[in-house]
Design a protein around this ligand. Structure first.
Ligand SMILES: Cc1cc2nc3c(=O)[nH]c(=O)nc-3n(C[C@H](O)[C@H](O)[C@H](O)COP(=O)(O)OP(=O)(O)OC[C@H]3O[C@@H](n4cnc5c(N)ncnc54)[C@H](O)[C@@H]3O)c2cc1C
Length: 494
């Protein structure tokens, strides 16, 4: 039994062996693992029922299952490049990432390999890259199928899930520094939850915390997500308050360029900007000087582009505008509402008009009869915009983008009226958060663990620089299992 401390609540409202904060992939893996090892588990989830599941619910549903640990370790080291992570972390990640399929199959899942290999290997030239195998559960990737398996596996166990109940503060013994539980809330109501063995933080990243974005993400004064609006960096604030170190706060799966409007919580990706969509009509993207700044159709590596022989986040000189002509406007909806992945498509379900007319009428799309007039509407230099479009049209005539080497949709901007959509930097997810060790324990700046505090998932993920698609959910499973089993193995403090 632990000695009483000043900071302990006099009364606990709820208790469990292991308290898991956040019900996405990492929360699933941690809670099922701890439960199956005999621990009594409670999940706290910030979102209301039906909007839980975090980014996992709306992801492409792929998870990484590497084919060989040695190759996986080499690939991860190469992905991290100059931003090396400690070797014990590389080793444990590599070993666990090979076990994702076997573990899910042992629970009744049906791992299916994506059929579009080898496109899925993001950096094929790096050592060990052929270890990459991307899987999903269910008939195809997308459409929340893998998430539905995770959700079912939790729900078929006696694991209570408290929705609309965010974890707000960790309760730490003021002498031993052990984490004994947490303070959670529902609306104005606040209550204390005892964690007899451990707390596992699996509450996602800081995709919706603009202050953290300004402080930590390179080159973006603001950024919006196509994932869950409930990920607001709470785990980072809570872990910092009990002495955690942070890592990988400057790494994220982004930016891309997307439309964000106040009426909808998450961003709209524009079809014309997708590297694989070929639409009729002319389109470029310009910055505040009315000049282009990139190959608009480049397939970034989750937001990274080549710069001087290295990879760096796409430069987004906000505000940025997609400029296009009537041919593109008339070619079909600018946004693809197909509900395969993305919070906007799957949860918000905004019904974009097939001819873009509603979005023109509500001002999301701006228009003018001439380019100088459009520039005036946008607050850009008319002369600079006309010059930029003239140069672009010449590139199209020459079938060569002399400025940025764009190869797709080399179509001139010709037919009036002309249009613009203001774009914002957008992302899938952040990677940073409290630093963890190979046991899944959250550690202090000196590397010592904070007793009884674990984490998993994108909250402090291992990815420090380059990112291999499906690596996030793969890591949720790997570190969810590690943290779940170590949390369950703690000796109860009472
Ligand atoms: C559109 C899209 C496509 C993607 N596709 C893929 C893919 O195919 N493969 C892949 O590997 N990755 C993909 N990613 C990234 C991946 O989805 C995430 O990194 C991963 O799902 C994160 O899982 P998680 O469990 O750590 O967090 P999440 O799944 O985001 O879950 C976190 C949960 O914590 C809850 N929460 C937040 N704060 C609190 C609090 N204070 N208390 C309690 N609960 C809280 C949230 O509501 C949420 O339910 C994609 C992301 C997006 C947005």
């Amino acid at each position: 039994m632990i000695e009483h401390a000043r900071s302990l609540p006099t009364h606990w409202d709820l208790e469990a062996d292991v308290v898991v904060a956040g019900f996405g992939a990492a929360g699933f893996a941690a809670s099922v693992t701890a439960h199956d090892l005999g621990a009594n588990v409670l999940i706290l989830e910030k979102a209301p029922e039906g909007q839980h599941g975090g980014n996992t619910r709306v992801a492409g549903q792929g998870y990484l299952n590497t084919s060989a640990a040695e190759k996986a370790a080499a690939y991860l080291r190469a992905l991290c490049g100059p931003y090396a992570v400690p070797e014990p972390m590389v080793q444990v990640w590599a070993e666990e990432m090979c076990r994702n399929n076997d573990w899910l199959a042992s629970l009744g899942g049906d791992p299916q390999e994506h059929q579009h290999q080898p496109v899925g290997i993001e950096f094929p030239d790096l050592p060990g890259a052929d270890c990459v195998h991307k899987f999903h559960d269910g008939p195809t990737y997308g459409f929340s199928y893998t998430w539905k398996l995770f959700e079912r596996l939790v729900k078929e166990r006696p694991i209570p899930i408290l929705y609309e109940t965010p974890a707000r503060e960790l309760i730490q013994h003021d002498v031993s520094k052990e984490i004994l539980g947490l303070r959670a809330g529902r609306g104005e109501k606040s209550f204390h939850v005892k964690a007899r063995r451990a707390v596992v933080l699996t509450c996602g990243g800081f995709e919706n915390n603009q202050e953290m974005i300004r402080n930590y993400l390179p080159g973006v004064p603001y950024c919006y997500t196509s994932g869950s609006p409930y990920n607001e960096g709470d785990g980072i604030t809570m872990a910092m308050a009990v002495g955690a170190d942070l890592w990988h706060m400057n790494n994220y799966a982004g930016p891309s360029m997307a439309l964000k409007v106040p009426q909808v919580r998450t961003s709209f990706s524009m079809q014309a900007l997708h590297f694989s969509k070929q639409m009729a009509g002319g389109m470029i993207v310009v910055g505040p000087d009315a000049r282009r700044f990139c190959d608009e159709k480049y397939k970034t590596r989750h937001g990274k582009v080549p710069v001087n022989g290295r990879w760096a986040p796409l430069f987004t000189p906000c505000p940025i505008f997609m400029i296009f002509d009537h041919t593109l406007f008339a070619a079909g909806p600018l946004y693809d509402k197909h509900p395969s992945h993305g919070w906007t498509q799957i949860v918000e379900r905004y019904d974009w008009s097939p001819d873009n007319s509603a979005e023109l009428a509500n001002g999301w799309i701006k228009t003018a009869d001439s380019l100088p007039a459009l520039a005036e509407v946008l607050g850009l230099s008319p002369a600079a915009l006309v010059d930029t479009v003239t140069r672009w049209n010449r590139c199209c005539d020459a079938e060569h983008d002399a400025e940025f080497g764009r190869k797709l949709m080399l179509e001139p901007i010709l037919e009036k009226p002309f249009y613009a959509v203001e774009l914002s930097p957008s992302m899938l997810n952040t990677q940073g958060g409290p630093r963890r060790n190979e046991k899944g324990q959250v550690v202090r700046p000196d590397g010592t663990p904070i007793p009884r505090l674990y984490s998993a998932g994108e909250l402090g993920s291992i990815y420090s620089y380059l990112y291999q698609g499906t690596g996030n959910i793969g890591e949720c499973l790997a570190f969810g299992r590690i943290s779940g089993r170590n949390a369950a193995a703690e000796t109860p403090w009472l």
